[in-house]
Design a protein around this ligand. Structure first.
Ligand code: DGJ
Length: 738
């Protein structure tokens, strides 16, 4: 009897742990419900026929019934029910003042659009719900797909014109997410070149906070990610509390609007940036929006980022094993900071020898190898090997790199052209521009109009040739300016704004085609640092370059911000020279190594100048890193002490999936008034497991046990050595379960 009972309990326990995702539609109440991981999401059709959000949060009981949608009442004659009702995808019409999900102009001048439920189909992991305007032939299919493991919901829309005349889409979101009236804190990532990834936190106020890029690409200034946490900014907790988050998978101009309405309800609407937008849909044509992913965690911002990071590893990134994550990144060497444009065969071979001696996996030659590229004034667009620098082509260098046991990677910037180039002299009309208007140069370069089929064909053919003729394992795909004068004068005036959609689509399609033809080649998305990091490009890019700022201290806060939205797997982090070129800050090699070891490690210093001691130290730490890299880049990340706001100390910890290993890093900015580093209470371990402590770099405090339970390390914590003081100090440890 007892045996049967415990078997039932085990069965129930297993069923609860697996928590499969399910999409259910209740015909009677017209309620759609999606469950996945620890999350439920529900919406329904109200009496008017609008699709109305009903619930988004912690998973509801399996037998709970979400009541039917009842539209919000008219608050006053100034605030209509249509406006107050949290619609899933509101058309601009019927007196909507809130941010619309869709705004169109019909050929006869009508601009009123009211979308009502028409039909739906169940899909493998959710629903496709069709809405239609109350009288016109505009159809919108809303796609909902919930990940069974994380409860992250992928939402997008397909807008179709079945009218006899064209319809111009002036604004198209992927989704709108609603939260009930309460106090919230908005978290988002802001920055600039060499200063990306600042976590910005502010109370959600009445009115709209717009986070966006009008730049034609993702941009450094803001990143298409948000997290809204319950409570005021001063109550933010890393490990506790309700957090709703989202990330837009689009690498063109984008906008996320976080709006608190007059009833204090919150609506987050995101998709194509409506600024300068206008997509003409001819009869029967459709427009597909990007995907807007949304998730919920009851475990604070830390819990939210762990969910999103894991989702990226298993559902977004290329080269993942079936149902799993991609392999940890190779440890790379990159030539940029060492040689800049002054690359040549002998110099790169010498660096490659040094790199191999350090235990590097991949040697990457950066800018300068092609065309007449001596500096940033010439050469972009001319993707032939510079014969002065490489008289025998790239083969001798690639062979040398292979002979040293490393794979070879190369820098390209395909979407750009210098006016001083053969390509521009041949095709001056290929750049984004308006006829008769100046062409604004930035870094002496112009942007090719990749929306044009012939430009797409040129890029694809030179990249395919480069990869076919050379044994290249990796391309660093750079993009070093934003758009200006975004004209496309080969199209009729009314159609030219298609560039905002077609450019990015062609970028994705080139990457997809290259990956199909050269499945082993890996890509990095770089845009003068972190200017093109988003879930759209990450379907093709195996890694990103988070910032041109490689100062190891600045990187701590950048890496902290970055990991709220993205996995450390893709976060390339090079160790470069000291004093650093940007801040003139001098730091030890050990500090620089540990800062970079928090992400996917690379070396970008001029290793030709390293002393024997420096080489030995780097070699030892690269070897130590390799042993724990999967835990660091794919484990659960806990931010133990934040480096933000000028913190004297900071610390991070990662724990692998089966909790058998944990790695943690601690950094001191500058010891003040003799403060001791705080006792470090670890997280996420198995309390009953027995873990052995070992130092990767540094010493633990006197009396620290060599082995103790997870409960000990989490509750008592670890004391640092008394000598762990000073400016720019770092230590790292690992715990291994016995
Ligand atoms: C900008 C990148 O972020 C750098 O790493 C380097 O590749 C330069 N471009 C090369 O021009």
């Amino acid at each position: 009897m007892l045996k049967t009972f415990s078997a039932i309990l085990m069965f129930l326990g297993a069923a609860l742990m697996a928590q499969p995702s399910s999409g259910r539609f209740d015909q009677g109440s017209k309620v759609f419900r999606l469950d996945g991981g620890q999350v439920s999401y529900a919406f329904g059709v109200n009496a008017r026929g609008e699709l109305q959000q009903l619930y988004w949060g912690a998973r509801l009981g399996a037998t709970d019934r979400v009541p039917a949608a009842v539209s919000r009442r008219e608050w006053a004659s100034f605030d209509s029910s249509y406006n107050n009702t949290p619609q899933e995808f509101a058309g601009w019409g019927a007196g909507l003042f809130a941010e619309p999900a869709l705004k169109v102009t019909f050929a006869d001048g009508n601009r009123d659009l009211v979308l009502h439920y028409l039909s739906h189909t169940e899909t493998a992991d959710g629903f496709d719900v069709v809405l239609k305007d109350i009288s016109r032939e505009v159809y919108v299919t809303l796609h909902y797909a919930m990940d069974p493991e994380s409860g992250i919901l992928a939402r997008s829309a397909t807008i179709q014109n079945r009218e006899a005349q064209p319809v111009t889409v002036e604004q198209a979101a992927a989704a709108a997410w609603s939260l009930p009236a309460a106090r919230y804190t908005l978290n988002y990532l802001t920055g600039r070149w060499a200063g990306e990834w600042t976590l910005t936190q502010e109370a959600v106020h009445p009115g709209a906070r717009v986070i966006e890029s009008r730049r034609g690409s993702t941009g450094h200034q803001a990143n298409p990610w948000f997290a809204i946490a319950a409570g005021a900014p001063e109550q933010m907790q890393e490990q506790h509390g309700d957090v709703w988050f989202g990330a837009l998978a689009w690498s063109g101009s984008w906008r996320i609007t976080v709006e608190q309405d007059q009833l204090e309800q919150v609506r987050v609407t995101g998709g194509f940036n409506p600024f300068d937008f206008g997509y003409v849909l001819h009869p029967q044509e459709s427009l597909e929006t990007p995907v807007f992913y949304g998730g919920y965690s009851g475990n604070g911002l830390g819990g939210a980022s762990r969910l999103l990071q894991h989702f990226e590893l298993t559902h977004i990134l290329p080269h993942a094993a079936a149902g799993g994550a991609p392999k940890p990144r190779p440890v790379i060497y990159n030539s940029w900071e060492a040689t800049e444009f002054r690359v040549n065969e002998a110099g790169q071979m010498a660096l490659a020898e040094k790199a191999a001696a350090l235990g590097i996996d991949r040697f990457v030659m950066d800018d300068g190898w092609f065309g007449q590229r001596k500096d940033d004034h010439a050469g972009l667009g001319d993707w032939y090997v510079n014969k002065e620098k490489f008289p025998n082509g790239l083969k001798p260098l690639i062979d040398k790199v292979h002979g040293l046991g490393m794979s070879f990677g190369l820098w390209v910037e395909p979407e750009m052209v210098n006016p001083d180039s053969d390509l521009y002299r041949l095709h001056p009309d290929w750049v984004l521009s308006f006829p008769g208007r100046p062409r604004s140069e930035q870094r002496n370069q112009l942007v090719l109009n990749l929306a044009r089929p012939e430009v797409r064909a040129y890029l694809l053919s030179f990249l395919d040739k480069l990869l076919s003729e050379n044994d290249i394992a990796f391309l660093k795909w750079d993009y070093n300016r934003n758009w200006s004068e975004p004209g496309w004068d080969q199209l009729p005036a009314a159609e030219q704004k298609r560039v905002y959609v077609e450019y990015t689509r062609n970028l994705y399609s080139i990457l997809a085609e290259l990956e199909r033809k050269h499945p082993k080649v890996e890509f990095e998305s770089c845009s003068g640092g972190g200017g093109r990091v988003d879930l759209g490009i990450l379907r093709y890019a195996d890694e990103v370059w988070p910032s041109d700022n490689t100062d190891p201290f600045d990187r701590l806060t950048q890496q902290d911000g970055f990991t709220y939205a993205y996995t450390p797997q893709i976060m390339m982090a090079w160790v470069t020279d000291s004093p650093h070129w940007l801040n003139r800050r001098a730091t030890s090699l050990s500090y620089r190594m540990l800062s970079s070891m928090q992400g996917s490690l690379g070396i970008g210093a001029n290793i030709a100048n390293w002393t024997a001691e420096e080489t030995a130290l780097a070699k030892r730490l690269i070897a130590a890193y390799r042993q724990v890299q999967p835990t660091i880049v794919q484990g659960d990340l806990y931010r133990l002490i934040s480096p933000r706001q000028g913190s004297e100390f900071s610390a991070t910890q990662t724990v692998n999936a089966d909790k058998s290993q944990s790695v943690f890093f601690a950094f001191i900015h500058s010891t003040q008034e003799g403060h001791t580093f705080p006792q470090l209470k670890l997280q996420g371990l198995d309390p009953a497991g027995e873990y052995a402590l070992s130092a990767i770099e540094g010493k633990a405090g006197q009396g620290t046990p060599a082995e103790a339970s997870g409960a000990w390390w989490m509750n008592h914590g670890l004391d640092m050595d008394e000598g762990f003081r000073g400016d720019f100090q770092a230590v790292a440890f690992r715990l291994d379960r016995k």
